[in-house]
Design a protein around this ligand. Structure first.
Ligand code: PEP
Ligand code: MN
Length: 337
């Protein structure tokens, strides 16, 4: 339920919050420019009791939230959310490029890539320390050492970094080191993991599962947010279809749909979305046109030697060119890097 306040009086607001909590719901206060609204989130079955809050002083009306994603949806919060990571802002007009290798492979590789992407204008470094691989015999990542190398790269360049966390047990360690916690496509519905990152104090980068709907992605964001972590960045990274020429089918229509349904920032990953380096630039531009708030792009100094995803990784020069080519698209979209 959404409680729309007619008054801005703090006592009136506090009284409503107390009542919501008495009824066993969580209260989420949103201070708008025009008015204050309070979301009461919890078990749907007690809705009738919440309706009675209409009789409290200062309450204008009590209206149901119709979508199942209460905190992630636009019904409770109409304005776009902007997420801050140090000095980097993502969403609400600020565009962010997250770039780096698929996997952290060693000191030289990650430091060199960090310098390259920083110089080209990326705002966040990406790199996997824990890798979800289809085969157990493939490179699984440098794990904790990878986190330390990412930290070194941050110290050297000032770039915050996003890295994947694969299990609930890893959350504490990854949270200690990383600036943004990535939930991979394969884990989008790992509800135990979602709850655990929901209790973390770092923003969560939530990738759409390759077999998941837009609604399911938003429900997964809801899992994180319902635990208290409201800083969720959604990522469209391609879904599985009958098409086999591309690794996945990048569902760009998900971008305006997500923007319509949710206030959260939406980032597009054309690297995993296509699986081919030469499709990355055109789809990156298309993502800006579709309304994305950012891009996640795999960049490797020597893609031919990459431990993972070399065929979809951009070489440094191509990444620099793409960053230049994005400028007019961003200008038309009214977004700034
Ligand atoms: C990655 O970002 O390298 C990755 C494994 O992505 P996804 O979970 O989208 O496959
Ligand atoms: Mn990858």
């Amino acid at each position: 339920m959404i409680i729309v306040m007619g008054s801005r009086d703090q006592d009136d607001v506090d009284r409503v919050i107390r009542k919501i909590e008495e009824f066993g719901y969580k209260a989420h206060v949103i201070l708008g420019v025009e008015r204050t609204v309070i979301g009461a989130v919890g078990d749907e079955r007690g809705k009738a009791r919440l309706q009675s809050l209409e009789s409290l002083p200062g309450v204008e009306r009590v209206v149901p939230i119709l979508k199942p994603f209460k905190l992630a949806g636009r019904e409770l919060k109409r304005e776009d959310t902007q997420i801050r990571v140090g000095s980097v802002e993502i969403g609400a007009g600020r565009f962010c490029v997250m770039a780096g290798p698929c996997s952290v492979e060693g000191r030289e590789q990650i430091l060199e890539t960090a310098r390259i992407v920083k110089e080209a204008g990326a705002g966040v470094l990406r790199g996997g320390a824990y890798k979800p691989r289809t085969s157990p015999y493939s490179f699984q990542g440098l794990e904790e050492e990878g986190l330390h190398l990412l930290q070194e790269a941050r110290e050297a360049t000032g770039l915050p970094f996003v890295t994947e966390v694969m299990t609930p047990e890893q959350v504490e360690l990854v949270e200690e080191h990383a600036d943004i916690l990535q939930i991979g496509a394969r884990n989008m519905q790992n509800f135990g993991l979602l709850k655990q990152v929901g209790r973390a104090r770092k923003p969560v980068f939530l990738k759409r599962g390759m077999m998941s709907t837009v609604n399911e992605l938003l429900m997964s964001a809801e899992y994180v947010m319902s635990e208290g972590n409201l800083d969720v960045i959604l990522c469209e990274r391609g879904i599985r279809t009958f098409e086999t020429e591309t690794r996945n089918t990048l569902d760009l229509s998900a971008v305006p749909m997500l923007k319509k349904l949710s206030h959260l920032p939406v980032v597009v990953d054309p690297s995993h979305g296509t699986g081919h380096w030469d499709l990355v630039a055109p789809m990156a531009k298309a993502a800006v046109a579709a309304g994305a708030d950012g891009l996640m792009i795999e960049v490797h100094p020597h893609p031919e030697d990459a431990f993972s995803d070399g065929s979809q990784s951009l070489k440094p020069g191509r990444f620099r060119t793409l960053m230049e080519e994005l400028k007019p698209f961003l200008e038309i979209a009214g977004k700034t890097l």
